[in-house]
Design a protein around this ligand. Structure first.
Ligand SMILES: Cc1ncc(COP(=O)(O)O)c(C=O)c1O
Length: 481
């Protein structure tokens, strides 16, 4: 049925009479649109309020698909740690389970069992000493909030048992952490004790945390694979230091490892490096399934060393759809697909498969490092002898009329690559860095193409000078996602 609507050009009917007879009015065009056209070709996309009437399913899908073209291509996005490609069979599993509400354990008990299998496999991968527990989360941010809440609760129990005050908790971490750690402190009323970075040292070690620890310290958070350069804090050194404090001062300060990215890299590339439950003070670990766990966005994991590390009073027991259910989450309803996709990867790849993928990514990252250093004017942050995520972090070497932000803008202008440029946190804020995440969607020939594009961008900037300020403003400057 034809709908009453204004002509798309906004002219009223009287004015449209003045048209030349061969030029149809908007209304005339529209009367045929229901047969030949798409409604949104004639009017703006629904914006401020729900449209009075809808459109066909096919039109609605095309409207969205066409607008999505304005977004960048996920495969061009070298800024994000998050997975942009999965196998078609994984896509099938995801597509078939989109309607499953993960939290509905009573109706979907097998999904709940698969979540537990994933937690058991991760606990084993991270060398948990025995039976333990954990949670599926929306990502590492939720896992960190829950892990840090557990630290706060356990600290409070310890202090109350000694009849001590519980009003001034603090948490110690380095400036190299993701912003979520400061967010936790603000949201949950904990004093952040942040160890500043140094101009030439972008991770932290035992000597850095020592002055900040006291009896109100709920824990120390360390990073395995920092967002900024992909390196790890000296977790072993910090653990040993905390063990010494325990023996000398009687303070039992737990460690939480933020392995958002590194938790799926270190076990495969550096299996002998001890950062996990092999270390005495490590009580909890978070990891993002949607980063090097190789699953699309929407999945993270929290794993405890022992069941007892999850305080009982943080778990909610309720009657849901006729069954007693236990939950430890910040959210409630959410999709089950990404849990199943994670399990797909575990079953499909196994240890050897993950190792193969990680070795391939590292190989390509090294190839890209060599490409871009051959172009000259670039210094790689990190060396082949250092444990690092599969990424290439680099900065300009020497003096130039342009800087890293110009290089990022030039690369985007020439080929659409999204490579972030950013400054490091205090006290290394004068250091500018660019960083390319090497994922499965950046194969060997694309790394070669990217290397050549970086060389070309440098040459263009050398000849024409820096970009205009408006171009520089468009550069992605946030390293953490
Ligand atoms: C070290 C680190 N921790 C936490 C996060 C937050 O993770 P998510 O995006 O999974 O919430 C990130 C994200 O990049 C990260 O790199």
């Amino acid at each position: 049925m034809a709908r009453e609507r204004q002509p798309p050009d906004g002219r009223d009917a009287a004015r449209s009479h003045t048209r030349q007879s061969h030029e149809p009015s908007g209304k005339q065009i529209e009367s045929r649109a229901s047969i030949y056209g798409k409604r949104y070709l004639l009017e703006p996309a629904p914006d401020h309020k729900l449209p009075k009437s809808g459109m066909s399913a096919e039109e609605a899908a095309s409207l969205i698909e066409e607008e999505m073209v304005l977004d960048g291509l996920p495969t061009h996005n070298l800024a994000t740690f998050v997975t942009t490609w999965m196998e078609p069979e994984a896509d099938r599993v995801i597509g078939e389970t989109l309607r499953v509400n993960f939290i509905d354990h009573a109706e979907y008990p097998q999904t709940a069992e698969i979540e537990r299998r994933c937690i058991r496999m991760l606990a084993d991968l991270f060398h948990a000493p025995g039976e333990t527990t954990g949670a599926r989360t929306q990502g590492s941010s939720e896992a960190i909030m829950l892990g840090a809440l557990s630290l706060k609760w356990k600290w409070r129990h310890r202090m109350q048992a000694e009849n001590k005050g519980v009003d001034r908790p603090n948490l110690v971490f380095g400036g190299d952490v993701h912003v979520v750690w400061e967010k936790f402190c603000r949201y949950f009323d904990v004093e952040p004790r942040i160890v500043p970075l140094k101009p030439d040292k972008y991770t932290i070690g035992p000597g850095d945390v020592e002055p900040h620890i006291d009896e109100n310290t709920i824990g120390v958070a360390v990073v395995l694979g920092t967002t900024f350069t992909g390196h790890a804090d000296d977790i072993r050194g910090i653990n040993d230091h905390l063990v010494a404090i325990k023996h000398e001062r009687g303070l039992d300060v737990p460690l939480h490892v933020d392995a958002a990215s590194g938790g799926f890299v270190w076990p495969f590339l550096y299996p002998d490096s001890e950062w996990d439950f092999r270390l005495e003070q490590v009580r909890s670990i978070n990891v993002s399934g949607h980063k090097f766990g190789l699953v699309y966005p929407g999945i993270g994991w929290l794993v405890f060393r022992e069941r007892d590390d999850l305080p009982e009073d943080l778990v909610f027991y309720e009657n849901y759809l006729g069954k007693r259910d236990a939950t430890f989450t910040l959210n409630f309803s959410t999709g089950a697909s990404m849990v199943l996709a994670q399990y797909y990867n575990f079953a499909r790849l196994g240890y050897d498969g993950y190792r193969y993928v990680m070795e391939t990514l590292r190989y390509n990252a090294r190839a890209l490092s060599q490409e871009i250093t051959a172009a000259g004017a670039i210094e790689i942050v990190g060396g082949e002898d250092q444990e690092q995520l599969p990424l290439v972090a680099f900065k300009l070497a020497g003096e130039h009329a342009y800087d890293e932000f110009d290089v990022a803008a030039q690369l985007a202008a020439e080929r659409g690559w999204m490579v972030p440029a950013y400054t490091l946190p205090p006290d290394a804020e004068h250091v500018k860095i660019m960083r390319v995440l090497v994922k499965e969607s950046l194969g060997h020939s694309l790394t070669t193409a990217l290397g050549a594009d970086i060389a070309r961008a440098l040459e263009t900037l050398r000849i024409k000078g820096p970009m205009h300020e408006s171009d520089r403003k468009r550069v992605k400057t946030n390293p953490g996602f």
